[in-house]
Design a protein around this ligand. Structure first.
Ligand SMILES: C[S@@+](CC[C@H](N)C(=O)[O-])C[C@H]1O[C@@H](n2cnc3c(N)ncnc32)[C@H](O)[C@@H]1O
Length: 287
């Protein structure tokens, strides 16, 4: 199926539909909440990208655009690319609210969009690179958009079973069936959970000097346990998994999740440890 975006070409059609459907709307409507969860990755990621004020930056899968805007505060120019209309609307509005004049956004599939060759110094991503049907093609395409010696830096989740979040899913799974998170997936949050696969993909795409280092952060899920459970049960993938479950089972599962979240309540809200990979690589060539 063909969809319209800025270059009229989308190959990741299921992702396009998800991020323009319930899932993307949920992220757009809960912008602050998702940023509270994901902001702890910003500083390490931006440090790894070693941004300079002469850099042109591409933020892949920019979503509501927090990372694009942070990059734009150092870089000469930052462009956020994403599939999602509702999230790009939030990104554009937020850039305007922050009076940023060097940020632009593009609705396109980063796997195939014909970016101007050698037009960026840095490609960044905060959790936006795990959804490509053909990751080698996608990173090759992103690499071509980089100038010689251009830098790539992204964060992606480690396997769910290495995170506190796994204990919440275990509590939910006592009442409703959930997918087997230990199974390897080619696309989705855990697609780059295996650093050997990530290294192989980046190398096959043509990147050099690949480094993948672990990053452990504290994620704030909400002010208290019941609120964190409500948020989790509104999250797109959870809604999808529970679409055929009986309402009473879903309610029991939500109460069970709230009990599990209680263990992580602190004076600063519900805090779970998350584990990510921080990847860097260099596009070949010399300046
Ligand atoms: C988990 S969200 C992360 C959003 C944002 N980077 C953040 O940290 O808040 C993943 C994002 O990747 C985008 N995305 C997924 N596949 C994409 C593709 N092929 N091209 C461009 N964006 C894509 C989605 O639309 C979504 O906004």
């Amino acid at each position: 199926m063909e969809h319209m975006a800025d270059d009229n070409r989308i190959v990741n059609t299921q992702q396009f539909e998800a991020w323009n459907g319930y899932e993307g709307r949920h992220w757009a409507e809960h912008q602050a909440r998702y940023d509270a969860l994901n902001d702890p990755a910003n500083a390490p990621l931006l440090a790894a990208a070693r941004l300079r004020d002469t850099d042109d930056v591409l933020d892949i899968g920019c979503g509501n655009g927090r990372l694009t805007r942070l990059a734009a505060r150092t870089a000469r120019r930052a462009v956020g690319v994403d599939l999602s209309t509702p999230m790009l609307e939030r990104a554009r509005a937020s850039a305007a609210e922050e009076h940023l004049t060097n940020v632009t956004h593009l609705q396109a599939d980063a796997q195939v969009h014909p970016f101007e060759p050698a037009s960026f110094d840095v490609a960044l991503s905060r959790f936006g690179i795990m959804f490509f049907a053909d990751p080698v093609a996608a990173f090759t395409n992103i690499g071509r958009a980089l100038r010689p010696a251009g830098r790539l830096a992204f964060v992606c989740p480690q396997s769910l079973n290495r995170m506190d979040q796994a204990t919440i899913f275990t509590a939910v799974a006592e009442h409703v069936p959930l997918p087997d998170f230990s199974e390897k997936t080619e696309t989705g949050p855990a697609a780059f959970a295996d650093p050997e696969r990530a290294t192989r993909v980046l190398s096959e795409a043509g990147f050099d000097e690949v480094t993948i280092t672990p990053l452990e952060v504290s994620q704030r899920w909400g002010p208290h346990a019941a609120d964190a459970a409500d948020f989790l049960f509104g999250w797109g993938p959870m809604r999808h998994w529970l679409r055929d479950a009986a309402p009473e089972s879903v309610s029991r599962a939500r109460e069970s999740a709230a009990r599990a979240f209680r263990r992580y309540e602190t004076t600063d809200g519900v805090r779970l440890t998350a584990r990510y990979w921080l990847a860097t690589a260099t596009w070949p060539g010399a300046r």
